[in-house]
Design a protein around this ligand. Sequence first.
Ligand code: AMP
Length: 190
Amino acid sequence: MLNIVLFGPPGAGKGTQSARLLEKYHLVHLSTGDILRVEIANGTSLGLEAKSIMERGELVPDAVVIGMIKNKIDANPAAAGFIFDGFPRTKAQAAALDDMLAEKSAPIKAMLALEVNDDELMKRLLLRGKDSGRPDDANPEVISRRILEYNNKTAPLIDYYKDQDKFRSVDGIGTVEEIFESLCGVIDGL
Ligand code: AMP
């Protein structure tokens, strides 16, 4: 199985690149942000719980997203592999993911980290907010909060994966095609 964590701050291009990668490598895309937005659109109790947290740009509780990912992994027993996009975002999530995949003897092969500076992220997210329909993309204060949450809680995962020798840095600035080629270069060398 080819299990990959596509990592990077909000606006780094994880969603865009995931779409291309899963087509090329026939993987299942698991984006906790997308799953949460579906829950909100469906008006489920989980969606109601998550909505205000997401609108503030904070992280949804670990237990909620870990449960969601576990369900999705169990629902795809024949998958050739998974691209985890926007998950894990905390050390507790990363440890839970390792436990789930250990049960399937299919550990994470690599964490591919898209590197983009904060100014560029703010620019991209405000631009995306104009037509994504995402309330958390439209407000500079919420974007700053999301970047802060990333720096405080999520960036430490770089060391978590470095310790397992799975961290791979990829330049997230350039055209979509250039960045895709860089990602494929790393994956093909795994
Ligand atoms: P994203 O689509 O990945 O940018 O996620 C949008 C929002 O969903 C985030 O700002 C969080 O509020 C929430 N979220 C998504 N994934 C996670 C996660 N793995 N852990 C906690 N909160 C998450």
